[in-house]
Design a protein around this ligand. Sequence first.
Ligand SMILES: Cc1ncc(C[n+]2csc(CCOP(=O)(O)OP(=O)(O)O)c2C)c(N)n1
Ligand code: SF4
Length: 291
Amino acid sequence: MEVTQQLKPKDYRSDIPPVWCAGCGDYGVLASLTTAFSANHASTANTVLVSGIGCSSRLPYFVTTFGMHTCHGRAVPIATGIKLARPELKVIVVGGDGDNFSIGGGHLPHVARKNIDITLIVMDNSIYGLTKNQVSPTSRAGMVTSTTPYGSPDVPLNPIAYALVYGATFVAQSFSSNARLTADLIGQAMNHKGFAFINVISPCPTFNKVDTFEYYKPLLRNIDEVHTDKGDKIKALSLAMTMGRESATVPIGLFYQENRPSYVELLSGIKTRNKGTNKPDLEKIIDVFKL
Ligand SMILES: Cc1ncc(C[n+]2csc(CCOP(=O)(O)OP(=O)(O)O)c2C)c(N)n1
Ligand code: SF4
């Protein structure tokens, strides 16, 4: 059931106060999310936030929608199950770069290529915050952390390029203190049919002393200044590859959007063509497995 009366952003805040450090970028993402909920008349009864484990993954506690705080790296498959079982729900995954690109990184290609109708918001601080300063897949090369005391030897993963090449149909990047853009992109992602991915750069002032608010602010560029054809995947990919986080400019905004049937649509089409029903006969299914 959709709500008819528009709730204010603060109406989506639960009475549990966030436990994040002062100055954490995740506060900005929370504020943008509730603004997007309000602007899009989100129903608290029909919206589910799913997270893994990490500082950012605590977010579902702080809002009044339904929420699941699941296992580290497993929010995407759990959200997929929720969406397939209850396609009428808005399902949004929130969590960290470690959660979604490292331990949970194997899920991203499949949720993208299958175009599962969920939104994934990664709060990307290029570090493991909750477990206090280990290297993450988006930590820059050479970064000194508790697990890389002599500097990380790894090439960092490029979240936007990764989502694009695996077939995500909505790909965007934002910055946590740019609340208007982040809320706007979250609203667009929620209304997009298919898999929507937003990488929100969300600095961790406690453990990441390199990728700070101060570092990013002069580098941020509105992508619309250089990229207006949002259906041009090659241009989007080229921007993602050449305007990276260690380069002169960091583009924020919508990189790419495509209309492609979502997994839920494809499944219901298969069901209809094969005269299937939404109420399967469980007895019949169990009979198949009886000896
Ligand atoms: C299976 C499993 N492995 C490891 C951990 C320990 N662990 C908890 S959170 C986390 C990483 C958190 O980093 P990130 O996902 O980037 O989120 P952040 O805290 O930075 O928001 C790790 C390794 C765990 N809880 N479960
Ligand atoms: S450790 Fe970092 S990511 Fe975690 S709450 Fe503190 S500032 Fe935020």
